[in-house]
Write a protein that binds this ligand. Sequence first.
Ligand SMILES: [Zn+2]
Ligand SMILES: [Zn+2]
Length: 343
Amino acid sequence: MSTDHAYAELGLAPGASEAEVKAAWRRLVSMWHPDRNGSARAVEQMQRINQALEAISRAGFRRHPARASAAAPQPPADEAPADEAPAPARTIQRKVELSLEEAALGCTRKLSGRYQLRCDGCDGVGWRALGGRCRACSGTGAVRRSSLYNWFGTVEECTACHGGGIARQTCGGCGGSGKLAEQRFAVSVRIPPGARDDDLLQAAARSSGGETLAIEIRVAVRRHEFLELLDDGSLRCEVPVDGFAWAAGREVQVPTLEGLHTLALSPAQLVYRFEGRGFPAQRRGPRGDLWITVAPVFPDPLDAAQQALIDRLIAANRGRDGKPTQPRLRDWERRMSGRRRDG
Ligand SMILES: [Zn+2]
Ligand SMILES: [Zn+2]
């Protein structure tokens, strides 16, 4: 199929924009899809429409640099038709709630549901008009029923045409119910690592009746009890620790996405970085860092026994000469000793 021929097939002038081509394709598919169109030509027509789109895609869409910003929003990539594959007949929306751990590491969710299709053959009403008058009531919509006790009879609505007076036929497609058999679907969806709150993910499924379904999954990420997620993927947590344990470089347990982790405290260090233990900055990308900030907590005020212990610690921090053992403190006190007091 030549490109010009392909544009003509879609009812477009040669060189129509990508948005125009896709809009025309969608319009024609909705007319000719065999699910909706029972005519014998439908399948052949669908092939021609798809071949036309394929021919234009292969030749490349015309660019519209001048109109790029003003143009109608482009359909997202996942909406673009795949070659020959019918567009999904139905979109199912689902919400998936994830813990921060599940969102960070990815997880699998089983989604299922059921729905009932309206009968296309009769538009859901259960019958089709045949045209012409209803024979049962000669088109009046009413019939007279007589009985032994009521010689004149009563006038009732004609059951054959439900009072419409037009000949009708029960729809064979749905047996008159207007509905088709219930459809079920069940699909296992892989949630990629790094999904954020309010993200929209796409998946596909097939219903029990063979219908292609587009599944739209809205992600909700629960707040973590301890860890705060920032936009760049880093996780933050402030951990209160015993001030004396911190000063003594003891170990404490800190929360991570993988569970509790033993952190050896360093005296004088408040912020600790766990590289690659944060959240993916981008979906499926590498993980950011986890930052633990410790907040040493001391008794305030110290009681008498604690004061006595601190006195012993201070004393132990000085040599026989009564001067600090640490060079920095010793040097500072030496430089201060020559100064005059202010009062
Ligand atoms: Zn009738
Ligand atoms: Zn029907």
